[in-house]
Design a protein. Structure first.
Lengths: 112, 114
């Protein structure tokens, strides 16, 4: 079945550092790819998505580019802030039905 | 805008007990989901429903039942709670989109089994 792999379980950075969280996927079809962010005590919130190869999704300074060749959708931000501390989830939508599969999540901690 | 309401917020059960979690949405969305969230394992899909009275199994459906009696509500039953089980159950909804639409989540029900 479909799967999403997030390499980093935890990332610790300082403010203004560059962020990369790696996401790779495995799917039989041509899935849509998503990033979600979750703050303590809340449910995950949609950050952005991309639906085709080379498409870039972005929101709030975060961005990721759909790469079908490397089956990746890595999350990047040029300069992180303390308020970006949260858990980030990569997800894929199984084209042809409504099933959405999530990765294990990456906990991001930003030190002031 | 809309909201997803999950009840209860906290649920404490006994080993072997049947426990029911409820979810209501006022987005008028067709599709609803139940996910289980465990530390280090992310969100795992238990059941989803694409319309009233429809049920589709996810990757973690064993040990659970679900019911979608109305468009706005989706309930999940833990058929036999496991001792020391601790997890957060998240409900979500979306418009139909062949896997391309964003999900809207509730705040979760935290389950603890004594």
């Amino acid at each position: 079945g479909d799967s999403v792999t997030q390499t980093e379980g935890q990332v610790a950075l300082s403010e203004e550092d560059f962020l990369t969280i790696h996401c790779n996927y495995s799917a039989s079809g041509y899935p849509a790819l998503f990033w979600y962010v979750q703050y303590p005590g809340e449910g995950p919130q949609f950050l952005f998505r991309a639906s085709r190869d080379k498409e870039k999704g972005s929101s709030r300074g975060f961005e990721a580019t759909y790469d079908k060749g490397t089956t990746s959708f890595h999350l990047r931000k040029a300069s992180v802030q303390e308020s970006d501390s949260a858990v980030y989830y990569c997800a894929l939508g199984d084209f042809g039905n409504e099933k959405i599969t999530f990765g294990a999540g990456t906990k991001l901690t930003i030190k002031p | 805008g809309g909201i997803i309401t999950q009840t209860p917020k906290f649920l404490i059960g006994q080993e072997g007990q049947k426990l029911t979690l409820k979810c209501q949405q006022n987005f008028n969305h067709d599709t609803m989901y139940w996910y289980r969230q465990d530390s280090g394992k992310g969100l795992r899909l238990i059941y989803y429903s694409i319309t009233e009275n429809d049920l589709q199994k996810g990757d973690l459906s064993e040990g659970y039942d679900a019911s979608r009696e109305k468009k706005s509500s989706f309930s999940l039953t833990v058929t036999s709670a496991q001792k020391n089980e601790m997890a957060v159950f998240l409900c979500a909804s979306s418009v139909p989109g062949q896997g391309t639409e964003r999900l809207f989540f509730g705040h979760g029900t935290k389950l603890s089994v004594l």
